[in-house]
Design a protein around this ligand. Structure first.
Ligand SMILES: Cc1cc2nc3c(=O)[nH]c(=O)nc-3n(C[C@H](O)[C@H](O)[C@H](O)COP(=O)(O)OP(=O)(O)OC[C@H]3O[C@@H](n4cnc5c(N)ncnc54)[C@H](O)[C@@H]3O)c2cc1C
Length: 382
């Protein structure tokens, strides 16, 4: 089989396939425009995990700060918040891929077929190469499908080294809601401390459109200087991204033998922009289907009711019916942190979700739910 793309999904899947008795080719774009930039993934899970040997850091306490600066640091137990850099993940996974054919090539097309699917690509020298495979898993990014609500989680982060010991490496800051808020959506700081002097400090928005480079830098200058009041620092590297947060419904089959995986296959949790743990569930499911001799259709790794709740929240944020900063402050203040994290990862039961729902602003959320349901009924009729 062929796995297209050596990012989070492609490598996670290939790692899971290496012990199955199947031949696998992993095709990753050579450095250049098609190759995804390096990035940092955070996710949370209970106990030891598959990628622990490659982690940069982990935290058992997380902090959320409201717009008034009042904070709450809470233990995450039984969960741990983990940070993995894509370069370390890549090196770790590839070191264990003995039997896998690893190719640098830019895939130009994937075609389904009755007996075999075909993958066409250009290798590093520009020559065309073709692969025939029983199954193809394609993680190349695609534009998100049409959606009623389409926000972006967009951000720029600075890896900083400060002259004074400004950070507490025993806790990460998940949301610092003190930055000025946009008219719709939400803006917040996010801090992953690596030592007393080093951290990844991000400025993030959930809004409709990304900022200009100058606007991200201005927001980060303001946040680091006027909100965090950091001592003089140097920026050692920069990370930036824009992750679609939409109520679009994803399909994962593009043919009988050809599938999408990863962010292109609905792995992003719409309300959070986190995708890494969804990718783990999705690729584990694919490996299981293959191991049991079935057609390996990747599942969208989120429950339908969670996607509905997320659609309502995104709508409420986008229409500014719910002020984002107040919403997230209340959600985290009124509920145990591990419960909120479990909900955001899709592992809670319905009664817990109801309790979480009741802690949010009821009237605007109810109005948005009605609006969402009416729109769905109308679309169903149309
Ligand atoms: C900067 C950033 C930070 C993020 N942080 C988090 C986080 O902390 N936690 C979280 O859960 N999620 C995070 N996400 C969201 C999500 O987890 C990532 O986008 C994740 O990388 C998605 O995995 P993927 O395999 O679908 O895509 P990618 O990791 O982008 O992998 C796609 C792969 O396909 C390759 N490719 C593209 N075109 C071609 C081609 N034509 N031929 C061959 N190969 C090709 C690319 O080089 C890449 O390796 C983040 C996203 C970004 C952008």
């Amino acid at each position: 089989m062929v796995v297209v793309g050596g990012g989070a999904a492609g490598l996670s899947l290939t790692h899971r396939l290496r012990h199955l008795n199947v031949s696998v080719a992993l095709l990753e774009a050579p450095p250049g425009p098609a190759r995804s930039p390096e990035r940092t993934w955070c996710y949370w899970e209970e106990g030891p995990g598959r990628w622990d040997a490659a982690l940069t850091a982990r935290w058992d306490r997380l902090r959320v700060l409201g717009p008034d600066g009042r904070g709450r640091t809470a233990p995450t137990a039984p969960l741990t918040y983990k940070m993995l850099r894509s370069t370390d993940f890549d090196a770790y996974v590839r070191a264990g891929l003995g039997g896998v054919e690893q190719v640098e090539a830019t895939v130009t097309g994937v075609t389904d077929g009755a007996r075999r699917a075909t993958v066409r690509a250009l290798d590093a020298s520009g020559a065309e190469v073709t692969y025939a495979a029983r199954w193809v898993f394609d993680s190349r990014p695609v534009p998100p499908p049409p959606a009623r609500t389409a926000l972006l989680q967009h951000f720029r982060g600075w890896f900083v080294r400060t002259s004074a010991p400004d950070f507490d490496p025993s806790r990460a800051t998940l949301m610092d809601l003190r930055p000025p808020q946009p008219p719709g959506g939400v803006a917040f700081g996010y801090i992953l401390p690596l030592s007393r002097h080093e951290a990844l400090v991000e400025y993030t928005e959930f809004t409709r459109a990304p900022l200009t480079s100058g606007q991200y830098d201005a927001a980060l200058h303001d946040y680091t200087k006027n909100v965090l009041r950091l001592s003089p620092f140097e920026v050692t590297s920069v990370e930036q991204g824009a992750i679609p947060m939409t109520d679009a419904r994803h399909t994962t089959a593009t043919g009988h033998r050809t599938f999408r995986i990863g962010a292109a296959a609905g792995a992003v949790r719409p309300a959070t922009g986190y995708a890494f743990s969804g990718i783990q569930r999705q690729t584990a499911a694919v490996a299981h289907l293959l191991a049991t001799g079935r057609r390996p259709l990747p599942p969208v790794p989120h429950r339908p009711r969670h996607l509905t709740m997320d659609a309502i929240l995104l709508r409420a944020l986008d229409t500014a019916r719910v002020p984002g900063a107040a919403f997230f402050t209340t959600l985290f203040r009124r509920n145990p942190l591990p419960k909120v994290l479990a909900f955001l990862d899709g592992t809670t039961t319905f009664p817990t979700e109801l309790r979480l729902g009741l802690s949010t602003p009821l009237l605007p959320m109810t109005l948005t739910t009605t609006d969402h349901t009416t729109a769905r009924l109308r679309r169903g009729r149309g």
